[in-house]
Design a protein around this ligand. Sequence first.
Ligand code: HAM
Length: 431
Amino acid sequence: MASKNKIQRLSGMHDILPEDQYYYEKIYDTCRQIADFYDFKKMDTPLLEYSDLYIKGAGISSDIVQKQMYTLKTKGGDSLTLRPEFTPGIARAYIEHGMNNLPQPVKLFSYGPVFRYEHPQAGRYRQFHQFNVEVIGDGSPVVDAQLIQFFYNILKELKVKNIVVEVNSIGDSQCRPYYRKLLVNYLKSRDSALCADCRRRAKENPLRVLDCKEEKCQRVISQAPQTIDHLCEECHSHFKSVLELLDEAEIPYRLNPHLVRGLDYYTKTVFEMYSEEEKKEGEDLNPRLCLAAGGRYDGLFKLLGSEATKAAGGAMGVERVNMLIKNRQAQPAKTQSAEVFLAQLGTAAKRKSLKLFDDFRKARIRVAENFGKDSLKAQLRAADKEEVKYTLLLGQKEVLEGTIIIRDMKTGKQDTVKFDKVVDEVKKRLR
Ligand code: HAM
């Protein structure tokens, strides 16, 4: 039984074990390669920012700000928050570094952990990784379509099956106030049919009601006025272009008129991607877990006190994609195994071995060892397991003579060579 005092990892936080690293690296490498092709440049921002950045960015009534921020007070009294997402931090950095003076758009990608105090469940963590991209300084619909294409390509490349792309337009500061009014009136008339959370949302952030998964709210939502029926001319033509571009690019999509997203900064296009893969027996995979999401956010820069700047972006949840590919794609066998094993016997030999091991590293020859073992038998057993071509034997006698033995593991033939020349000699034999 686990002791009460045993310290364990925090709920919703997870360790990425060595055997899982392969998948995380594969996901990152795939994202990175495709990001390079789309000409995104890497950008890192701090994990901690002033809380105000997220309050202004994501919106005071968003779930992230209301419930999910890991916030701390410094000794100096500042309120800081662990990043719950990348977008506001990237926008802050763009403003702070005067990136509006660079050729536009500025295309940036970021990768790393983000923190949200959520109810942990399968695929929902409190610390998770995002691969995030932003295109700042361009308002054209082709950017929105290209972002959707970008995430679709990544998921395809990672062999995620049955990818579903959902898109919607939520309008902008021109048309949204009118739509909001319509929605508020409608929700008022159906107040008693909403869940408790949505009754609150209907007052604070009515669009978020459209995102509720509660069955009773779903009935109300199905008859609610839809944003796409109330877009201004500009938003309407923008959205039409996005859809035409997606058609031309042969990206299958579904129009979801209730897709609104949980962050206040979005305008016009919003998108989410899922996989409708079949669950395998015993898998706790929720097929409706959103894998990647984003949209246009032309209003964010003004919210942060800067001049209006058009921008769009999106982020992919790495843990969720990992869950999908991990059980379905076998890890390839270890490719870079050692070619040489260095066995040592006695204190003097052990002392010489560390330096010799490093000489091989400099010569880019992989050497396996088991320096912690003193018995030669145990070391030779380890050498056999590694399936190396050569084993080097260094004992007391060899140290005194300034030599070392090279044993060919296939033939069993042994040669004694000068200790100082062994790296060159092994290099020659491996050629
Ligand atoms: P988001 O939808 O909040 O958007 O998160 C993006 C992705 O992160 C989700 O689609 C999901 O895959 C993953 N994700 C979110 N929460 C969790 C969680 N608790 N556990 C595991 N994975 C999770 C954003 O963060 C926006 N900043 C995206 C964006 C960039 N929009 C414009 N630019």
